[in-house]
Design a protein around this ligand. Structure first.
Ligand SMILES: N[C@@H](CCC(=O)N[C@@H](CS)C(=O)NCC(=O)O)C(=O)O
Length: 217
């Protein structure tokens, strides 16, 4: 049985969305981020990313991780591609060339986009954007996103989706990365195709099912 480590309100949401898309069974181990726990190492602390039993699974102390019949994997985007390939179908690559393109866009998402968009969601969590200094920082972040969002905007002029002219695991992963700025529409201003693509991805029943469970968590 596949075990997914991580609560819905974390990058594990990507894996839960994929599970809704593909319908595979899993066991959820609700590991919460240590930063959300007052004393993560206290005896009565909930299972969290600093709990020794979880560090034995992912020494990086981050969710998500999976254990698929003894195969332990970390890094959400790698796990997405692994699970998509394992279960097959339209979300997975059809051939090596498609897999190459998928890896390209997933690595691009992790390096050129998520490193920046994650700052937005972290700032949301801390209430950082309420001050003048915070708003100035957010504007700098918006500037940093212009190049990658511009590249994606141009790419989406040829297709509604990132690879293979259909919704794939790449769109799922990238949509979760771009979602981090969704609470700040000004950061998506000037990128109508990216905005429409994000709405298209999030209109899928599987995303909505995941989101309902995330809200209820
Ligand atoms: N590159 C990793 C990043 C994982 C990551 O940063 N996860 C966050 C939660 S979204 C985490 O576990 N943080 C630990 C903490 O805040 O204690 C991935 O994509 O899986």
């Amino acid at each position: 049985m596949l075990t997914i480590y991580g609560v819905y309100k974390s990058r594990a949401s990507r894996l839960y969305w994929l599970a809704e898309e593909l319908g595979f069974a899993f066991r959820k181990e609700p590991v919460i981020q240590a930063r959300k726990v007052a004393n993560p190492l206290a005896a009565d602390a909930p299972l969290n990313t600093k709990t020794p039993s979880f560090l034995a699974v992912n020494p990086m102390g981050q969710v998500p991780a999976i254990d698929d019949g003894g195969l332990v994997l970390t890094e959400s985007l790698a796990i997405l591609l692994y699970l998509a390939k394992k279960h097959g179908g339209p979300l997975a690559p059809n051939d090596l060339a498609e897999e190459g393109r998928m890896l390209q866009w997933l690595f691009w998402g992790a390096t050129a986009v998520e490193t920046v968009t994650v700052l937005v969601t972290q700032g949301d969590e801390k209430g950082e954007w309420k001050t003048e200094a915070g708003r100035a920082k957010l504007a700098v972040i918006g500037e940093a996103l212009k190049q990658p969002f511009g590249v994606f905007e141009a790419h989406l002029s040829t297709s509604d989706y990132t690879v293979g002219d259909r919704f794939t695991v790449v769109d799922l992963g990238l949509a979760e990365i771009v979602r981090y700025v969704q609470g700040h529409p000004e950061l998506l201003q000037g990128f109508p195709r990216v905005t429409a693509w994000l709405e298209r991805c999030q209109s899928r029943p599987a995303f909505k099912a995941m989101w309902e469970k995330r809200d209820a968590e």
